[in-house]
Design a protein around this ligand. Structure first.
Ligand code: MSP
Length: 644
């Protein structure tokens, strides 16, 4: 089977943000899932570069529209690899091939008598780049852009969309899966219950030159949607390329709810006029808000995907995006949400399962998958693990195929939970003490490794980099069918006994001290110049400082101070340090953290408490506001380790 999944082509009037990233991650995950199913998949994304908004943004920067489009398009193209998104085609509406295809399509529709010239007065929303009907307005404003549309009167070309209204309604009714989730299908049908107006498809060149010239009238350029939607065809080399014949019949478009109408109404009627079959599916998702507020450049709260991947790791970010949003509904992004989700699901549940299981195979079976013994009847707890694994596979396949990623991942975490429970119930460490229990211990370890293999297989489309690490720990080459093909690996008992496992570093370190790092649009400043070093310290003087790694074992606020915390640290002997980090860190977040302290300062009394040292912090400022960050170590380190 084949699959063709597309994202919208993004306007180049703004940098990529979490909303664009979500759609692109979904498309990437889906194409990887289809490959996991053994299908040939093509994934296309790109940039939409013509139109008023872009011409204006370029003018604001004082550069040509083409140069501006080049710059922002490159930002999109280079963002996707940072998120492990690997499109097969990145299309730009300024590509010569695309322009040629748009002109050819316009001519075909024109020749068919579906385009006419007329004068028109309408309410134009620049944000949507289309005319709105009175009914669409809320309090006289565009509901998406909260701005009053402009009344425009001019002569233009129109596409006879209304001619296809009945055919479109019939098609949607006959194909209940065409537009999903169902609420969006209903929305479209309800819109179609009113007479459809024809679609304005041109702009006079006197008003806009940054577009594609109409092949039948050089005084006009085509208006943004007629140009943009055609990308789904031009990216396949329509009409002559073999890719078109192979992939168009299985086209699945992925969009957010903001551009439902162009995709569910304009595009199918355009395809009808072109005499082409309609796309197979339209998947519509909701909107990401930032801490419940709408994201916008002017609010300065746009979340940049590259920043998130760097702060939290690219796989945790992909996982979070897919797990947190119920496909079709809106979701809210916050640092707290991503940290909580990743710490609980990834570090605690999955990461711990992996490291506990591997360390037991190391300790009890020399890092080699043992031979399981089938006993009849199968112990209930083993049967439960196996059943959960098989149920998970079924729910996962269904969820991924239906774009219910949060459901698919919920099912995967059922298996993670069951495997963790398995360890608690069977207590392998107790079995290891009794030589007579050796066959049972071997079976238990085998079962755990097999659960890990299945998790590696199904998580591959979602967290491609971690899956490779997991596969490596389980002794598999990255392309081994057992962890890269659902047909081969999607069953219980595929793992071969005797396989050598490998040590694996922690897969998902806990995210703890990154709480307050800037994620977007903030001015960050540190010290600017290093003073001349001629009068600098002698290295011996530096060595006089006894600087060590210490672990915070207890923390509490100092009474009557909002800044000071009383910390007990292990260095390795215990000591009390009073530190002025109370406005930045909550005491409960610090316990267990390793930080760096100067330990040979003269004891000092702060608010009546003797402090035996000083915790090191870094200081910078965000938007002029001072900010602290604890200095820490990147891997767990012995208490008292010296810093040099
Ligand atoms: N250029 C048109 C699309 C033409 S497709 C033939 C366009 N571009 S856009 O840059 O505005 O991108 C809109 C798409 O970006 C949405 O449909 C969605 O895929 C993604 N998102 C942008 N902001 C978003 C959120 N805040 N939340 C979720 N996705 C959003 O429209």
């Amino acid at each position: 089977m084949t699959a063709y999944i597309t994202t919208p082509i993004y306007y180049v009037n703004a940098e990529p943000h979490i909303g664009h990233a979500y759609t692109t991650i979904v498309a990437d995950t889906y194409s990887r899932f289809r490959r996991l199913c053994g299908d040939r998949a093509r994934f296309q994304t790109g940039t939409d570069e013509h139109g008023e908004k872009i011409a204006e943004a370029a003018a604001r920067e004082g550069i040509s529209a083409a140069a501006y489009a080049d710059k922002i398009s490159a930002m999109f193209r280079t963002t996707w690899p940072i998120l492990a998104c690997e499109p097969d085609n990145f299309i730009r509406t300024t590509d010569a091939k695309h322009i040629e295809t748009v002109q050819r399509a316009l001519q075909a529709v024109y020749d068919r008598g579906d385009i006419y010239f007329d004068s028109y007065t309408g309410l134009y929303c620049r944000g949507c780049e289309r005319f709105l009907t009175e009914k669409e307005l809320v309090d006289g404003l565009c509901p998406d852009h909260r701005s009053a549309p402009r009344e425009i009167a001019e002569q233009n070309y129109f596409f006879r969309m209304s001619k296809y209204q009945d055919r479109l309604i019939e098609h949607i009714k006959n194909n209940p899966d065409l537009i999903t989730p169902e609420r969006y299908r209903n929305e479209v049908l309800s819109f179609l219950s009113e007479p459809l107006e024809d679609l304005c498809i041109s702009r006079p060149k006197s008003r806009l030159t940054w577009g594609i010239e109409l092949p039948f009238d050089a005084n006009f350029v085509t208006y943004v949607w007629f140009d943009a939607l055609i990308n789904y065809l031009s990216g396949l080399g329509y009409p002559d390329d073999a890719k078109f014949a192979e992939f168009w019949p299985v086209a699945e478009h992925l969009i957010a709810k903001d551009i439902l109408k162009p995709h569910a109404i304009y595009w199918p009627t355009m395809l009808m006029s072109l005499g082409l079959p309609l796309y197979k599916k339209l998947h519509v998702h909701g909107y990401w808000n930032n801490e419940d507020a709408k994201m916008s450049k002017s609010l300065g709260n746009v979340v940049r995907p590259g920043d998130l991947a760097r702060a939290y790791g690219l796989d945790p970010f992909r996982y979070f995006a897919l797990r947190e949003m119920s496909f079709g509904l809106d979701a809210s992004f916050s640092r707290e949400a991503i940290i909580a989700r990743c710490n609980s699901d990834l570090s605690n549940d999955l990461g711990n399962l992996f490291s506990r299981s591997l360390s037991m195979v190391k300790k009890y079976a020399e890092l080699t998958v043992p031979v399981p013994t089938e006993v009849v009847p199968v112990p209930a707890i083993d049967a439960e693990l196996r059943r959960t694994a098989l149920d998970m596979l079924a729910a996962y396949r269904q969820g991924m195929a239906d774009f219910r990623f949060h459901r698919a991942l919920q099912a995967v975490w059922e298996l993670v939970g069951q495997a963790n429970k398995y360890i608690v119930v069977v207590e392998p460490w107790a079995l290891a003490k009794d030589p007579k229990q050796r066959p049972r211990l071997d079976t238990v370890l085998y079962n755990l490794c097999e659960a890990l293999r299945l998790l590696t297989l199904v998580l591959r489309p979602v967290m491609p980099q971690s899956a490779v690490k997991m596969a490596d720990a389980l002794g598999y080459a990255p392309d081994d069918a057992a962890i890269s093909s659902l047909a081969v690996g999607g069953a219980w008992g595929v793992l071969a006994a005797g396989q050598k496992l490998r040590d694996c570093p922690a897969l998902f370190p806990r995210l703890e001290l990154v709480k307050d790092e800037p994620i977007s649009g903030e001015e960050i400043a540190g010290k600017v110049a290093i003073p001349p070093a001629t009068d600098g310290l002698d290295i011996a003087q530096f060595r006089d400082f006894d600087i060590r790694v210490v672990t915070i074992t207890a923390a509490e606020r100092v009474k009557k101070s909002d800044k000071l915390l009383r910390l007990i640290v292990r260095a390795p002997e215990e000591r009390v340090i009073v530190s002025g980090i109370g406005q930045r860190y909550a005491p409960e977040d610090l316990v267990g953290c390793q930080v760096v302290a100067v330990c040979n300062l003269k004891p000092a009394k702060l608010m009546g408490i003797t402090s035996q040292g000083m915790i090191l912090t870094a200081k910078d400022s965000v938007n002029g506001r001072e900010r602290l960050a604890l200095v820490t170590v990147t891997t767990p380190t012995a208490d008292g380790a010296s810093i040099s």
